[in-house]
Design a protein around this ligand. Structure first.
Ligand code: SF4
Length: 289
């Protein structure tokens, strides 16, 4: 068996940065709260809890005062910053620079033209989308092409996407809007769109499709609650009939996996490199048995 670790696996730079900020802080200051899970990966969250980081939900955050709280890479709406100021909560802001830039653009779209309706392609309850929604008045969230087909065209539209959205679906939505605007006889500048999908996510799919074909079987390591993991595993499955999804190394023993040929290991942008290495080590142990 030859084990091949995907050279592009591991955290995206936004999550890596947030985790490094949390690690550095908890070394200096024993109590650090983090609002929400720092990454959609239970193994990494457990590791961070062992370092002393306390993960809290929004309700708990609202009860805190005079402490330090990390805002993760997904970003927060303005009301979260306001609450922190009022309760003397020091913020360690790990919002990803890509998300911050997107929040700025969303705000600017409505500031420049108050009559503009901001439309965001994303999941309404995703933390990044909650952060984006809070930047403007009355944004509309769309999840499917049919949502876009039903959009009211009574106001100019500024169209954005959650950074982890599907690029192809976003392109279809933009094409649909352009067509509807043309058919209605509205001016071309009635609709403005922004390429707000993060390259760190968008490029991982095509790369994984290629990587999956170079190995005989593929172990994909991801979080059960990570939508990015589910999408990327589907890509692997389409290009390699022997692709398996696991969340931790101990699950390897249950797989109908042949320990022969080239065995690839990869993961989502939320899968830590140490977990990928642990899976590789367990594979080597299984081969020795
Ligand atoms: S996926 Fe992109 S936007 Fe999201 S945290 Fe990672 S680097 Fe930032």
């Amino acid at each position: 068996m030859e084990i091949v670790i995907d050279p592009k696996s591991g955290f995206c730079f936004g999550v890596k940065r947030a985790i490094e900020m949390a690690e550095a802080e908890v070394k200096k200051n024993k109590t650090l709260y983090c609002l929400g899970e720092i990454v959609h990966n239970a193994e990494e969250v457990t590791r961070m809890q062992q370092l002393g980081i306390r993960f809290i939900d929004r309700d708990t955050f609202l009860t805190l005062s005079d402490c330090k709280v990390l805002f993760r890479a997904h970003g927060e709406p303005p009301e979260t910053y306001l609450h922190a100021r009022e309760k003397n909560i020091e913020i360690l802001d790990a919002t990803c620079p890509v998300v911050l830039k997107l929040q700025d653009r969303v705000r600017a779209a409505q500031l420049e033209n108050p009559n503009t309706r901001v439309v965001i392609f994303g999941k309404p309850d995703h933390p990044e989308v909650i952060g984006l929604k809070g930047q403007v008045e009355n944004p509309v969230i769309v999840q499917t092409l049919s949502d876009v087909e039903q959009l009211n065209l009574d106001q100019p539209i500024s169209f954005f996407a959650q950074t982890t959205s599907d690029k192809q679906v976003y392109a279809q939505m933009m094409a649909c809007l352009r067509q509807r605007i043309k058919e209605t006889g509205l001016p071309n500048d009635f609709f403005t769109s922004y390429d707000s999908i993060c390259g760190q996510v968008a490029n991982r799919g095509p790369w994984l499709a290629g990587f999956s074909k170079t190995v005989d079987s593929l172990i994909f390591v991801g979080g059960k609650n990570s939508s990015n993991s589910k999408v990327l595993f589907e890509v692997c499955r389409q290009h390699n009939a022997n692709a398996y999804f696991i969340t931790r190394a101990s699950e390897l023993a249950e797989l109908p996996l042949s320990l022969a040929g080239r065995v690839g290991i990869s993961g989502a942008t939320s899968t830590p490199s140490w977990l990928i290495e642990e899976v590789a080590e367990r594979l080597r142990e299984l081969e020795r048995l």
